[in-house]
Design a protein around this ligand. Structure first.
Ligand code: GLU
Length: 283
């Protein structure tokens, strides 16, 4: 049930955004329209043909972000990004258990794509021009915004403008957009960087830092897991459109992913007027 809800949530979120053009002037490529198990036909030599032919795909995602990509006891990650990855794999005719998940902390995302260690990265990955120099983005499939998370008893942090004067110690992650943006508001000496956000959440819990900054939806996952220990402070102060990173210049694959997301959205069940409410209320 939980996964079904995630899928529906994922595709509804996709629906809310207009997918960007992939660039390169390539022809649009049919998404094949296959579900896992069928054999879709793709243009020879395309990434889609290769992946569908081998029947497996390697996807980079986060392993420590509740709600987006969190590794379970079975070793596999679960969450919104993972559901997006599964939707695309399914459109290639690839079954869920033929997806290899690779942990991709923020600073490694461009590198793993460039080195062909993954076929795509779905990992709370903001589309921006600097990254576009190294990778191509499909999407956006979601839009988040940078925010601040503090301990629940904190009353000093009210937003990014409150941080410098109070000498607030802030934690973020190397290679992330929030770690750069926050330097408009604090001195470098106030910033602690780790490789993953769960280490920032631990540092906040143990009073080694006073605030964690990244996208609101990532922070909300840690807040939900904190048993009342953490809260958001202030509003979001950036826009973070999430894209799916692939090999730079693979326009046909980018268009295939965008079309797959669109198709998944139209495949999603829409509530019928007069239909009965779901047996369980959504969490
Ligand atoms: N969306 C931001 C980024 O891509 C922050 C989240 C993250 O580090 O994954 O840098």
């Amino acid at each position: 049930m939980r996964f079904r809800r995630l899928t529906v949530t994922a595709v509804s979120a996709v629906a809310a955004l207009t997918l960007a053009a992939c660039g390169g002037g390539g022809e649009s490529t049919p998404a094949g329209g296959a579900d896992a198990g069928a054999a879709p036909a793709f243009p020879e030599g395309s990434t889609m043909a290769t992946l569908a032919g081998q029947g497996s795909i390697t996807i980079g995602t986060k392993f420590d972000q509740p709600g987006f990509g969190l590794q379970g006891l079975d070793g596999k990650p679960a969450g919104f990004d993972v559901e997006i990855g599964k939707i695309i794999a399914s459109k290639l005719g690839i079954a869920e258990d033929s997806i290899e998940w690779v942990e991709t902390p923020s600073a490694t995302r461009e590198e793993v794509i460039e080195q062909d260690r993954v076929d795509m990265v779905v990992a709370t990955y903001t589309i921006n021009d600097t990254r576009k120099e190294r990778v191509t983005f499909a999407g956006p499939y979601y839009e988040a915004g940078q925010a601040l998370m503090v301990r629940s008893d904190d009353t000093t942090v009210t937003g990014p403008d409150s941080l410098r004067a109070a000498g607030t110690r802030v934690c973020s992650v190397s290679g992330s957009t929030p770690s750069q943006e926050i330097l408009k508001y604090i001195d470098q000496s106030q910033l602690t960087l780790f490789d993953v956000y769960s280490k920032c959440a631990d540092a906040l819990r143990t009073n080694q830092v006073d605030a964690v900054t990244t996208d609101n939806v990532i922070l909300l996952g840690f807040i939900a897991d904190s048993e009342g220990g953490f809260k958001l402070a202030g509003d979001t102060f950036t826009q973070e459109p999430y894209g799916i990173g692939i090999t730079k210049g693979d326009v046909a694959f980018c268009e295939f992913i965008n079309q797959s997301l669109q198709e998944a959205q139209s495949d999603a069940p829409t509530p019928r007027p007069g239909s009965r409410p779901p047996a369980r209320s959504p969490r």
